[in-house]
Design a binder for this molecule. Structure first.
Ligand SMILES: Cc1cc2nc3c(=O)[nH]c(=O)nc-3n(C[C@H](O)[C@H](O)[C@H](O)COP(=O)(O)OP(=O)(O)OC[C@H]3O[C@@H](n4cnc5c(N)ncnc54)[C@H](O)[C@@H]3O)c2cc1C
Length: 451
């Protein structure tokens, strides 16, 4: 195998060093991080390859099909749902597919290789006065290809949408090595959205190699609004009113009392309780902020907390890493996990209460925030933490959290993932989630990837 790959790609692109394999063994799924902590890591890849271009990706996939070798694409490795657990497979690390085009200012588009990282794209766009608007908390540790493959959604989705709203064209290599490209177009009516098959396919239907994305001028001004509520239900109502208005917020987040306590832990003088943070940018942002404050039935809060959120919006990456390394507040056997689900406004209240109640019986601490809003519904993002007596207990606790959240979400009429994807951790519930479409997906997989 190694000789085949070296002949194909050159020795420098084929890595079977212990460090190379260890750094591609798993993603950020807490269960996998726990296994590292326990000294029994999940089984890693047999080899890591780093192709230089789409042609080399195609060569690897052709070889993989001929030799029946499983392959796993790897972006930043920041998935949190067991998206990466190669277990003897060949990992295709896309880091060398890192070119970025000039911004097409006339159409507001940029084309980036799958391996382009969040910071590289942000800096490149900022030089010409643009931004992508896709800002997941993990932006510093994830890639363009990974965002597309997981159907990711950034924290500014109220204005910019999810990654699926930003993709205007893509290139991918299908199993067996066939290269497919979609024309870049603002919209089309040329049959089903075939590129859409790759968006959210999590590496199962091909390797995304290049993506053309919409970009936006960097906003010049921002107006922040913080409101407080006595009960979460009133805050949810406020989010609904805002999402259904024409005020165009950039960011909307509503924390329940427990999540607000976490957010406010560095602000001991702030009153506790449900907290809504939102921002408006661009033209008339002050005016739109004022109108939102009038429209939503809440009490004025401290707008500086919104600025604090902007400054610290990606701190969760380091905090999560610390807890899972046994160095955080939850002690040596601490466990933290996050599970995001979604529902229409009609079911959201029951969904929130049902999942929260179930998780509260199984976790030391459960907080929830509404992290993404739409005219027709929202995402509920649950964060659970427990101090356990052993890592084995932590594993069991995490398994229970998933079971409770998936079961109760399905029963309440919600959808089991808003943006983290399926991976292996949600695999047991996806058939029930998709219903009849599960069989269609299975047939598509079989047709595209017969082996
Ligand atoms: C602390 C933290 C915060 C996070 N916050 C957010 C958030 O705000 N929003 C959000 O949406 N997600 C978030 N995530 C999850 C994760 O960052 C996203 O799923 C991200 O899109 C994954 O990108 P990646 O490049 O790291 O992909 P990887 O983790 O490398 O891969 C993810 C999956 O996609 C496949 N894949 C990767 N690249 C390709 C490719 N080029 N072609 C085909 N398949 C590919 C992999 O095989 C795997 O199945 C967070 C994760 C962490 C750890």
């Amino acid at each position: 195998m190694l000789d085949d790959l070296r002949n194909m790609l050159g020795a420098g692109a084929v890595d079977d060093s212990p460090e190379g394999l260890a750094s591609h063994t798993h993603d950020w799924y807490p269960g996998a991080l726990l296994r590292d902590r326990m000294g029994t890591p999940v089984p890693g890849p047999s080899v890591v390859v780093r192709p230089r271009d789409t042609g080399e990706v195609a060569a690897v996939l052709e070889w993989a099909q001929v030799t029946s070798t499983p392959v796993v694409p790897f972006g930043g490795g920041s998935s949190v749902v067991r998206g990466i657990e190669p277990d003897g497979a060949v990992v295709i690390d896309l880091e060398r597919l890192n070119s970025i085009s000039e911004v097409d200012e006339k159409s507001g588009l940029v084309t980036a290789g799958a391996g382009v990282t969040g910071p590289a794209l942000r800096d490149h766009l900022a030089e010409s006065g643009y931004l992508l608007g896709h800002e997941p908390q993990s932006v510093d540790i994830s890639t363009v290809g990974g965002w597309v493959a997981t159907r990711a959604c950034g924290q500014l989705s109220a204005k910019y949408g999810g990654i699926e709203d930003l993709v205007r064209g893509l290139e991918a290599v299908l199993p067996g090595g066939r290269i497919v490209r979609t024309k870049t177009a603002p919209r089309r009516s040329t049959g089903p959205d075939l590129a859409g098959l790759l968006i959210g396919s999590e590496g199962a239907l091909g390797v995304v190699t290049e993506v053309t994305l919409r970009v936006f001028p960097l906003p010049t001004e921002r107006a922040d609004l913080c409101l407080r509520f006595e009960h979460m239900t009133e805050g949810v109502q406020g989010c609904r009113v805002l999402a259904r208005s024409d005020l165009g917020p950039t960011m909307v987040r509503l924390y329940d009392a427990e999540d607000a306590a976490l957010f406010l832990r560095h602000h001991p003088d702030e009153p506790m309780g449900p907290l809504l943070l939102c921002s408006f940018d661009g033209d008339d942002s002050d005016l739109r902020r004022e109108r939102a404050a009038e429209l939503i039935d809440g009490t004025s809060g401290n707008d500086d907390l919104v600025a604090h959120w902007w400054e610290h919006r990606n701190d969760a990456v380091e905090e999560f890493r610390k807890v899972m390394a046994g160095e955080g507040l939850l002690g040596p056997h601490g466990i933290v996990d996050t599970i995001e689900v979604a529902g229409t406004w009609t079911v959201l209240r029951d969904l929130y209460h049902s999942v929260k109640e179930g998780l509260s019986e199984a976790a030391g601490l459960v907080g929830c925030h509404v992290s993404h809003v739409y005219p027709d519904g929202a995402c509920l993002y649950f964060t659970m933490g427990s101090m356990c007596k052993s890592d084995a207990e932590a594993e069991e606790v995490d398994r229970k959290w998933w079971e409770i959240t998936m079961r109760r979400t399905l029963d309440a009429g919600g959808t089991i993932s808003h943006h983290h994807g399926v991976g292996r951790v949600r695999a047991g519930w996806i058939e029930e989630e998709l219903g009849e479409w599960f069989e269609v997906l299975r047939l598509i997989k079989k047709a595209i990837d017969p082996k």
